[in-house]
Design a protein around this ligand. Structure first.
Ligand code: WT7
Length: 626
């Protein structure tokens, strides 16, 4: 290995696959399609593909055209006739630390088949949309897989979104069915999901049925024609028997997932069966060196892309044992995760910098009380990891011997794009290099590659199998958002640097996307929640640096004529956003102002507001506005 600049951690020789990794990297660089075809051939197909990559209608790329498969065939069915039949697919622990369920691949198939039979009997079939609004309980996985098995399209909404946000997403997707629970456990309290669904459904005519999983057991109102308890349905004859897995064209839609953009309403990112399957399978396998004896824990919620790709689909495609925990990291005490790692012998922990920073604050004594020696690899995702958090994670949690896979990717990319391999020298704060078969560049405004070490716009050069195919119902916005600034190159929306060793350093978003505790929010969404309050005339939301959350939300509010700004009103507005969008989006600070700085075309100059909020010179920054 040649000498690398900056702070470098050389891998433990136990990950002695560096030569293999680099050989694969070189082979994939020489022939990306050949690399992806070889990975696809490791999975099962009802009918092989004719063409690996169809570029004829770029940027509407197609992968494995002519091929027929179903991601569930590869997540479950093919394991049932082999050595994985009795292997644990899922270990689940409830928030109270007492409830526990385990599912082998055999029993996972039973549960998924049962749910598939039920939703099929409700008239859900190929291409129909199903909204899933569930806590982190096994049923969320069953529901996603049941939809995929039938060829239905799932749209999972994080069970922390409000009724307004839920209603927007249900209507936009024209879902026929909603699968939810009575409530979810949040730090010992009940978050009433069913009430939120009821509220959201008042204006959602497309929804015919609601399936309700009993989790919290508190009393809920059931509409006798529309709502059904899941445990009642499972007792019916319709739930019984086999349910064939629907053969899907490789390019058929697997799911849509809403995520925030710069402007306007959230975008529905569309992913397909074939390419997404090959991409998530491959990236998890090589980046996290998945082994049979592993116990893999991805702490993300299935409501986000990380949960889709690396809690649900990726691990099952690899025949891995996945761990899912219903609760958060600090309830009832900040040792919950360390306790679970020790008790369940977790080998790989994949989490977010915001959680690491939060846990770090409670000190080393909490993790030091636990035997964490089962861990062999760690992972980070969602935002840049600051060196302090990296070192703590590496030393205190990984005892200096677990490589940290800092994976850069997006809802849109479906799979890792810039990430290390466990055998690669690591630089704290850098995600390493583009994944096998991918190339990335840092460009200036005009589209020239900038010099190493300089900041610019991050773009991806090659199509990849798990790429989004479009925005559901909005092809034009797909082309405009990702492919128009630099034709032929995918614009990530992030600013980044590449160093002389070819390592990439992602700095942050270049648009008005705010990352709060790793969750992606659009300024526009926060602003529209604010203007829905009768006192507000206009609002602007910005993200400011925050020690734990990465970003905090700071809003500037112009009140309607005659309304007095008071601390009480500020508090009311914060609550309003929490209720009408999500508690994640609750502003940390509210500034009342007479007017907002705007460009001549009426665009809010958020950079000026950022400077103002941080007490910096506004004039200097305005000139930087491009
Ligand atoms: C944005 C995508 C898919 C992962 C979960 C977030 C930021 C993500 C990293 C990382 C620096 C990162 C980027 C990206 N981001 N991972 N390892 N280092 N930044 O998915 O909600 O679609 O957000 O998250 O800004 O554009 P998402």
């Amino acid at each position: 290995m040649s000498t690398l600049s900056g702070e470098v951690f050389y891998p433990d020789p136990a990950f002695a696959t560096h030569a293999d990794d680099e050989a694969l990297r070189a082979a994939a660089a020489a022939d990306p399609e050949g690399f992806w075809a070889a990975r696809a051939a490791e999975l099962g197909w009802y009918k092989p593909w004719d063409k690996v990559l169809d570029r004829s209608n770029a940027p509407f790329f197609k992968w494995f055209t002519g091929g027929s498969t179903n991601i569930v065939y590869n997540c479950i069915d093919r394991h049932l006739t082999g050595p994985y039949k009795n292997k644990l697919a899922l270990i689940w622990v409830g928030e109270n630390g007492v409830d526990q369920q385990t599912y082998s691949y055999f029993s996972l198939n039973r549960e998924v088949t049962r749910m598939a039979n039920i939703i099929k009997a409700m008239g859900v079939g190929k291409g129909d949309k199903v909204t899933i609004y569930l806590p982190r309980i096994p049923e969320v996985i069953f529901a996603m897989l049941a939809c995929a098995k039938l060829g239905a399209v799932h749209s999972v909404i994080f069970a922390g979104f409000s009724a307004d946000a839920l209603q927007d997403r249900i209507s936009d997707s024209e879902s026929k069915l909603v699968i939810t629970a009575d409530g979810s456990w949040v730090n010992g309290g009940i978050f009433k999901l069913k009430d939120i669904v009821d509220e959201a459904l008042r204006f959602s005519p497309s929804v015919e049925n609601v399936i309700v999983v009993k989790r919290t057991g508190h009393e809920v109102v059931m509409d006798p024609l529309r709502d059904h308890w899941y445990h009642d349905l499972t007792a019916l004859p319709i739930a019984k028997g086999n349910c064939p897995t629907e053969p899907m064209d490789a390019e058929d839609t697997l799911f849509i997932l809403y995520t925030s953009g710069s402007t306007g309403k959230p975008k529905a990112i569309l992913h397909t069966h074939g390419g997404y399957m090959v991409g998530t399978y491959t990236t998890l396998k090589y980046t996290f060196d998945i082994r049979d004896e592993d116990r893999w824990w991805c702490t993300a919620d299935p409501g986000w892309i990380t949960g889709h790709s690396y809690l649900v689909y990726g691990p099952l495609l690899n025949g891995a044992t996945s761990f899912m925990f219903e609760g958060g990291p600090t309830y009832p005490y900040p040792n919950r995760w360390w306790q679970l790692i020790e008790y369940h012998g977790i080998t790989t922990l994949y989490t977010a910098p915001t959680a690491i920073r939060l846990l770090m604050r409670f000190g080393d004594a909490w993790p030091n009380r636990h035997d964490l020696s089962s861990l062999r690899l760690l992972g980070s995702v969602g935002e840049p990891i600051n060196p302090e958090a990296w070192h703590w994670f590496h030393q205190v949690i990984g005892r200096g011997k677990c490589p940290i896979m800092d994976t850069w990717w997006q809802t849109e990319t479906g799979m890792f794009q810039i990430c290390p391999t466990p055998s690669m020298p690591l630089k704290p704060g850098s995600g390493g290099k583009p994944f096998f078969g991918q190339e990335a560049e840092i460009l200036d405004e005009q589209g020239n590659v900038v010099a190493d070490g300089e900041e610019g716009f991050l773009v991806l050069k090659n199509p990849w199998p798990a790429m989004l195919r479009t925005l559901y119902n909005d092809d034009a916005r797909y082309v405009q958002t990702y492919w128009s600034k630099y034709p032929g190159k995918y614009l990530a929306g992030d600013s980044a640097r590449r160093d002389a060793d070819g390592y990439f350093w992602v700095i942050g978003r270049t648009d008005d996307v705010i990352k709060v505790s790793g969750h992606r929010l659009g300024s526009a969404e926060v602003e529209s929640a604010l203007v829905s309050h009768p006192a507000v005339a206009e609002a602007a939301a910005i993200g400011l640096p925050h020690d734990i959350k990465g970003n905090s939300i700071h809003v500037f509010v112009v009140l309607k004529m005659g309304i007095e700004p008071t601390p009480l009103l500020a508090e009311e507005l914060r609550k309003h956003v929490s209720i009408h969008l999500s508690p994640i989006a609750k502003p940390d600070a509210i500034d009342f102002t007479e007017k907002l700085p705007k460009t001549r075309s009426g665009k809010i100059m958020r950079r000026v507001l950022k400077a103002r909020a941080q007490g910096l010179d506004e004039g200097d920054l305005t000139t930087l506005e491009s």
